[in-house]
Design a protein around this ligand. Structure first.
Ligand SMILES: NC(=O)c1ccc[n+]([C@@H]2O[C@H](COP(=O)([O-])OP(=O)(O)OC[C@H]3O[C@@H](n4cnc5c(N)ncnc54)[C@H](OP(=O)(O)O)[C@@H]3O)[C@@H](O)[C@H]2O)c1
Length: 294
C-alpha cells in the first residue's frame, strides 16, 4: 500500500466541520483519491463556498454536496441523519471532525453544555444514526478528530454534560478525551467498523478564534508562529480515512500516522464503557439504535 493508494474505486464520505480548517483539507485529500463527498458545517455561506471550491477540483462523475447543520443541537443532528439516510443508502466513511473551543459557558437547545454537546454528543449520535448506511459498506470507517488536550485528566461524569462549574479548557479537554474513548469503544462494540481517533497537532485554523479577552490575539499569534498548516493538520485524519487497514489497532489513537498510547485517563476502558452508557441516556437513544458490546 502506498501513501497515495486509496481503498476501493470510489467511496462515499461524510465529513463534519468541512467548511474550513482541518476538515476542509481532509475532504480535499479524499476528493483527490476519487471519492464522493458530503460536507457538513453550521455556517451555510462558508459551507457552500468550500463545496464550490472542492467541486471545482472534482473529476467527472465525482459528487461534492453540502448539508448545513448546527450539530450543537440534537434535533439538528437527527435531521441531518434523516436527510443523509434518505439520500445515501451506503456511507463508507464518516469523519467526525466538527469541534470547537467554547470560551463562554452556553447551553444547547437540549440543556447540555455546548462543548460537550458539539464535540462529544453530536458524533456519538450521528454515528449511531448513520449505522444502517455504514453497515452497507464493505469496509465502514469512522475517524474522529480528537486532540492531545485529552490529557486533561479523568472526565468527571457528574459534571461533563452540565459543564457546571464551567472551565472552558477542562470542558474542551474532557470532550477530546471523550473522542478517544468513543473511537475505542466503537471498535469494541462494532468490530466490523474501522474506528480511529487522531490528534492533528497544533494547527493554524479558526480554532479558538471566538474566544474572549486576550485569548484570541494570543492564540492567533501562536498559530502564526508555531502552528502547522491546516493541510499538515489534516494529514493523519485523511491518511486514516483513506484506508481502513491503516487503522491498526482498531479503536486506536493516532498522531503523525502513528498509533500512540493515550494518557492514563484516555485509555481507561471502564470509563469508556461507562461514558458510552451515559451517552446513550443523555442522547435518549432508542434501544433499536444501541450497539451492544461484542
Ligand atoms: N486547530 C488545532 O490546533 C486543533 C488541535 C487539536 C484538535 N483540533 C480539532 O480539530 C477539529 C477541527 O477544528 P479546526 O482546528 O479545523 O477548527 P476550525 O477551523 O474552527 O473548523 C471547525 C469546523 O467545525 C465546524 N463547526 C463548528 N461549530 C459547528 C457546529 N455547531 N455545527 C456544525 N459544524 C460546526 C466549522 O463550521 P462553520 O464554518 O459552520 O463554523 C468548521 O468547519 C476540532 O474537532 C478540533 O477540536 C484542532
Amino acid at each position: 500500500m502506498t501513501d497515495q493508494e486509496p481503498y476501493g474505486p470510489k467511496r462515499n464520505v461524510v465529513i463534519t466541520g468541512a467548511s474550513g480548517g482541518i476538515g476542509f483539507y481532509i475532504a480535499r485529500a479524499l476528493l483527490a483519491h476519487g471519492h464522493d463527498l458530503t460536507l457538513v458545517a453550521r455556517d451555510s455561506d462558508r459551507g457552500r463556498q468550500a463545496t464550490e471550491r472542492l467541486a471545482g477540483l472534482a473529476q467527472d462523475g465525482q459528487r461534492v454536496t453540502f448539508e448545513p447543520a448546527d450539530l450543537t443541537h440534537l434535533q439538528e443532528v437527527h435531521r441531518l441523519a434523516d436527510r443523509l439516510l434518505e439520500q445515501q443508502a451506503k456511507i463508507d466513511v464518516l469523519v467526525n471532525n466538527a469541534g470547537r473551543y467554547v470560551h463562554d459557558f452556553a447551553r444547547s437547545d437540549d440543556g447540555f453544555e455546548t462543548t460537550f454537546a458539539l464535540n462529544h454528543l453530536a458524533p456519538f449520535v450521528l454515528t449511531h444514526r448513520l449505522m444502517p448506511a455504514l453497515n452497507q459498506s464493505d469496509a465502514p470507517t469512522v475517524v474522529t478528530t480528537a486532540s492531545m488536550a485529552e490529557r486533561v485528566g479523568p472526565i468527571d461524569l457528574e459534571r461533563f454534560a452540565s459543564g457546571v462549574p464551567y472551565s472552558a479548557w477542562r470542558a474542551y479537554g474532557w470532550s477530546k478525551q471523550a473522542n478517544v474513548h468513543f473511537a475505542r469503544e466503537l471498535a469494541r462494540r462494532a468490530p466490523h467498523i474501522a474506528s480511529a481517533s487522531f490528534h492533528p497537532g497544533f494547527v493554524a485554523t479558526g480554532f479558538g478564534h471566538s474566544g474572549g479577552g486576550l485569548l484570541t490575539p494570543l492564540l492567533k499569534g501562536a498559530q502564526r508562529l508555531f502552528g502547522r498548516t491546516p493541510e499538515q493538520g489534516a494529514d493523519t485524519g485523511a491518511w486514516l480515512a483513506a484506508h481502513p487497514q491503516r487503522i491498526n489497532p482498531n479503536g486506536g489513537y493516532f498522531v503523525d500516522r502513528d498509533a500512540q498510547t493515550p494518557s492514563k485517563a484516555g485509555r481507561d476502558d471502564t470509563m469508556a464503557a461507562e461514558l458510552w452508557r451515559r451517552s446513550e441516556a443523555w442522547a435518549g437513544l432508542d434501544d433499536a439504535l444501541k450497539l451492544n458490546p461484542a
